[in-house]
Design a protein around this ligand. Structure first.
Ligand SMILES: [Zn+2]
Length: 253
């Protein structure tokens, strides 16, 4: 066995065509965080390309080339979440989760937590944990992902004075009426008690309980919009798959 052979578990989060027959996989792995893996002559040499499709989670064998590139040598497929491939909204949300995961830096201390969050979210989205609303799974993923990045402020009290918050400032956190008055109106988003306690619930629970929250449709819509705007603001990018999701949802009666 070559001393440059690596083995790790990882999920494909993006597939990039590369030259005529090669592909470059963007993989979120358990041991090395995000890695890029070349699959040479993919269409010609590799008979079953399931491992190279989005959501495919495998044990990969990789060679390191003399120039340092990771090159695909083989894989054992663990799961590819087939349930997501037959439902356009679930597939779009799964792709959105993967697109968000492409914000994970290439070198991080604990890549396993991001991988676990993505795998668990795809598992729940697939319906394997029972019927859970897709929009709840999406919200939990956004907030949990931001929390792992250290971007989710404490929603239980004002960031400046411990009073009850009623505004969200995307840089300062949650603020009470008095502390919020220091900032211009266009930087402030009003939040009610239901929104604050839902965020607290997501941050302070785990497993299936995380998805078990109830709030009015108006409050949920407000929180959903805030969460989508906040993740794009903090990660400094617009997500194409989120735009597609919004179109699909608003098309529905
Ligand atoms: Zn305050």
């Amino acid at each position: 066995m070559s001393r440059d052979l690596l083995e790790l578990n990882g999920i494909v989060i993006k597939v990039n065509p590369c030259r005529e027959n090669d592909i470059l996989l963007d993989i979120l792995s358990d041991e090395r965080g995000r890695i890029f893996v070349f699959v040479k002559n993919a269409a010609k040499k590799v008979k079953n390309l399931t491992f190279a499709s989005p959501f495919a989670y495998s044990r990969f064998e990789l060679n390191r080339s003399s120039s340092g590139l990771l090159v695909y040598a083989g894989s054992t497929l663990h799961d590819y979440f087939p349930e997501l491939r037959t439902d356009v909204i679930k597939m779009t949300v799964g792709q959105y989760f993967c697109e968000i995961a492409t914000s994970v830096p290439e070198k991080i201390d604990d890549p396993q937590v991001f991988l676990s969050l993505l795998l668990n979210s795809l598992y729940v989205l697939s319906g394997r944990a029972g019927p859970i609303e897709t929009k709840h799974i999406k919200l939990v993923y956004e907030i949990a992902f931001l929390h792992l990045f250290g971007f989710m402020p404490d929603s239980s009290s004002c960031a400046s004075c411990d009073a009850t918050p009623c505004f969200w400032h995307f840089d300062e956190g949650f603020l009470c009426e008095k502390c919020a008055s220091r900032y211009p109106d266009h930087e402030l988003y009003r939040v009610n008690g239901a929104i604050l306690s839902c965020i607290g619930h997501i941050l302070n629970t785990s497993g299936g309980k995380r998805y078990a929250f109830k709030m009015s449709e108006d409050s949920f819509r407000a929180l959903q919009w805030l969460s989508e705007e906040y993740i794009q603001y903090k990660l400094e990018r617009k997500f194409k798959t989120l735009a597609i999701y919004r179109e699909l949802i608003y098309e529905k009666p």
